[in-house]
Design a protein around this ligand. Structure first.
Ligand SMILES: Nc1nc2c(ncn2[C@@H]2O[C@H](COP(=O)(O)OP(=O)(O)OP(=O)(O)O)[C@@H](O)[C@H]2O)c(=O)[nH]1
Ligand SMILES: [Mg+2]
Length: 388
């Protein structure tokens, strides 16, 4: 396939160039208005940029994919555009007919370029299969749409023989990997001494703190201490105290910011201090402010937000957004073992450009936790349901 970009003052002008160079079998892949020339943003000229393609071996039919345009658009344009549009023009066709056809084509291109979201079931196979899987995994629509655009563009701009060899899963993986490259992934690197763990009720904050403490102590041989600010329930204090006894590490309860500062002094010789807090309905911003009253935030501290993968993505978003007062350095996703749908991880990273520190996979302390990396997240989404 030969693909070429044309820039012209108008669509008829572009069509003339395309016809002259690529012939009558050329198809339009994309078109958009662009601004050219100008000085300091003034005197720019509007032109039209058209990407046209021609299959250089027209006698061999490419098996897939079918045309890009969604059925919905097709239905809209079919009455306007006669089927013969894509058939070869006869030589000597009069000017008027040509102009009429160009006008129809212009309408078609305009409709397609204005169509932002193709309807769900409109990609050619096997792209549709991938789209369905990502939808099932609850990967958000903007991510899926961008990915499909990328894949189709790649398919159409690759030579036919190469295009047929494309490994779709590999392509998707590579695309997601690029998407995640400049996000900071992975567990505690001990560059910050205090890790403050916050999150909604019952997501697994305390259990995760115990897991992280055990790993830091046993695998990284660090001096670890615990502070809890969760004084709302006696059981909460007891829970962390139990873990501190099992791990044989010190533990303090902070009822106020003064207590918190005292605990910090006490742990001055420690490498890592993990700070537990009460689970709250963080869709209410008052609770976020409350945390600030007890915890002494400074440059030595990072805050990790814990979200359970069993929660709704929309709720995760509203919780994250309430944390504008306290900046969140990383996320921790818990309860991966309780769901088969993992798209929310990718959505959150994409929407907020925030990294993931850990993913927890069960109730066992200290084993059921892994440090997060792009591969784990992408594989979970691409392989997710295969383990069901
Ligand atoms: N299946 C599963 N359960 C988990 C995981 N992590 C924690 N839990 C369980 O979730 C429940 C709540 O855990 P906690 O650690 O007490 O949660 P929390 O966020 O501290 O709760 P609050 O302090 O009450 O807000 C416990 O039964 C944990 O065993 C996980 O990765 N998978
Ligand atoms: Mg707790």
């Amino acid at each position: 396939m030969k693909v070429k970009k044309y820039t012209a003052a108008s669509m008829p002008e572009a069509m003339k160039q395309i016809r002259a160079e690529l012939g009558h079998d050329a198809v339009i892949l994309n078109s958009k208005e662009v601004e050219t020339g100008g000085l300091f943003g003034f005197f720019t000229k509007k032109s039209i940029e058209v990407i046209a393609a021609i299959d250089q071996m027209p006698q061999v039919k490419r098996p897939a994919p079918k045309p890009i345009q969604p059925k919905m658009i097709k239905q809209e344009i079919e009455p306007v555009l006669p089927k013969e549009r894509f058939e070869k023009q006869k030589p000597g066709q009069d000017q008027e007919q040509l102009m009429k056809e160009i006008q129809q084509l212009k309408t078609l291109v305009h409709t397609i370029s204005n169509q932002q979201q193709p309807s769900e079931k409109e990609y050619p196979e096997p792209f549709q299969q991938m789209e369905d899987q990502l939808l099932e995994q609850e990967v958000s629509k903007p991510i899926r749409l961008e990915l499909m655009k990328h894949l189709l563009k790649k398919w159409y701009s690759t030579e036919k023989e190469e295009a047929e060899k494309l490994d779709l899963k590999k392509e998707v993986k590579a695309y997601f990997e690029t998407m995640l490259t400049d996000v900071d992934m992975g567990g505690i690197d001990f560059s910050k001494k205090y890790i403050n763990v916050v999150g909604p009720t019952g997501v697994g904050k305390t259990t995760t703190i115990a897991k992280i403490a055990a790993h830091s102590l046993l695998k990284k041989h660090k001096k670890v201490a615990l502070i809890t600010t969760d004084t709302y329930r006696i059981a909460a204090v007891e829970q962390l105290k139990t873990y501190s006894k099992i791990l044989n590490i010190p533990f303090e309860v902070a009822y106020s910011i003064e207590d918190f500062r005292k605990a910090k002094e006490q742990f001055s010789a420690y490498d890592l201090v993990l700070v537990d807090s009460a689970g709250r309905n963080f869709r209410n911003s008052l609770y976020v402010e409350e945390i600030r009253k007890i915890i002494d935030f400074n440059d030595e501290m990072e805050t990790y937000l814990v979200l359970a993968l069993t929660s709704k993505y929309k709720d995760m978003k509203s919780i994250f957004e309430q944390f504008s007062l306290i900046s969140i350095q990383k996320l921790i996703f818990t309860k991966k073992d309780e769901t088969s749908y993992y798209g929310a991880m990718l959505n959150m990273i994409h929407d907020y450009h925030v990294g993931v520190a850990y993913i927890t996979t069960g109730q066992n302390v200290p084993d059921d936790i892994v440090e997060a990396d792009s591969d784990t997240i992408i594989n979970a989404i691409l392989e997710g349901n295969e383990h069901d």
